[in-house]
Write a protein that binds this ligand. Structure first.
Ligand code: NAD
Length: 323
């Protein structure tokens, strides 16, 4: 494998790269990241990456880092010249920023995907794993599955849906083996910059701050531990298929209040407590969200393995160790 990982300095990217290097012996990885969220130091924690000059040709082997933006089609095309497969993680990753600035969200999440697919087409790169989300499904009755008609409720959901659409189109029009994975709410070590529920609450509790729940806490989410997600990405990368979408989540429905209880008891094991307040619900958030992951089990042979409580404890330990 010689993989381009866009957004490779982020939470999922660094976890994926750590596993590619340690568990699969992959030594040729190129990371393209604009460092808006992740940092080069975060990447260095998982491998000895060498910074490449974005104005020159990108070397075709080794652990390479290119600082740049997926909206820059020339640079994206240049990165595609140097690799054999792509995992596309770089994106605007949040619902709230997409509501504040829908154009920024579209440019990162739609133009970014198009740039990548065009770069791959020009260089005969044949495999793409695209990070999608439950958000394209939007206001639907869960469990979410791959055949449900999508009704996005946020610009983020709309842009990820458009990304899925381009992946499907480039498979059918140009034969590029694209696989879109709709991640559930991912949590785990390396999520220090994330504002998603689990990471945010642990961070706030450890800083002695009050944890703010949007709405009544009865809204449900499908939380997936990072190691399970990384395994799914690598299985999708290796699978000889394209033009497919898979739900990658725990398959279980947990309310935010239940998740908080689990975080609270994990914190207690390390001698910390948490205080919670409820505030107004956020625009664009869905009420219920969980997935049917049977297609991934059937076609990829993937199933989640890490129980929620164990994942939460490992995540709390990661944050406590960083104090
Ligand atoms: N974390 C989750 O729970 C979750 C859930 C569903 C989907 N996803 C998707 O998974 C992917 C990775 O998420 P993450 O949690 O690792 O996020 P993250 O913010 O930790 O990492 C994203 C990385 O992409 C980089 N980036 C952002 N915009 C860029 C741009 N325009 N050009 C180049 N680099 C850019 C950032 O600097 C960051 O290092 C995203 O596409 C996200 O939408 C994540």
């Amino acid at each position: 494998m010689n993989v381009l990982v866009t957004g490779g300095c982020g939470f999922i990217g660094t976890s994926l790269i750590q596993s590619l290097i340690k568990d699969y012996g992959v030594s040729d990885i190129c990371v393209l990241d604009n460092l808006s969220e992740g940092s080069f130091e975060d990447l260095q924690e998982v491998g000895c990456f060498v910074r490449c000059d974005a104005n020159l040709d990108i070397p075709k082997s080794g652990l390479r880092f290119v600082e740049g933006d997926i909206r820059d089609h020339g640079l994206v095309e240049k990165c595609c010249r140097a690799v054999g497969e792509v995992v596309h993680l770089a994106a605007n990753t949040g619902v709230a920023p997409s509501v504040e600035n829908p154009r920024m969200d579209m440019e990162s999440n739609v133009i970014g995907v198009l740039n990548l697919l065009e770069g791959m087409r020009a260089n005969a790169v044949n495999k793409l794993v695209f990070a999608s989300s439950g958000a394209p499904a939007g206001a639907v009755e869960p469990p979410i599955h791959e055949e449900i008609a999508p009704h996005p409720v946020s610009p983020y959901g709309a842009s990820k849906l458009a990304g899925e659409g381009y992946c499907s189109a480039y498979y059918h029009s140009f034969g590029i083996n694209t696989v879109a994975l709709r991640f559930g709410n991912v949590f785990g070590p390396r999520s220090k910059n994330k504002s998603s529920v689990i990471a945010k609450f642990i961070r706030q509790a450890l800083n002695g701050q009050v944890c703010e729940v949007y709405g009544d806490g009865a809204q449900t989410r499908d939380f997936i531990y990072i190691d399970d997600l990384v395994r799914a990405i690598i299985m999708a990368l290796k699978a000889p298929l394209g033009g497919e979408v898979f739900q990658i989540a725990s398959g279980g429905e947990l309310s935010v209040s239940e998740a908080i209880d689990e975080v609270s008891s994990a914190l207690a094991k390390f001698g910390f407590s948490m205080e919670v307040v409820k505030s107004s619900p956020r625009v664009g958030d869905v009420r219920r969200n969980y997935s049917d992951t049977s297609k991934a089990a059937r076609m990829l042979g993937w199933q989640p393995e890490v129980p929620f409580a164990l994942g939460v404890e490992k995540t709390v330990k990661y944050f406590v160790d960083r104090l």
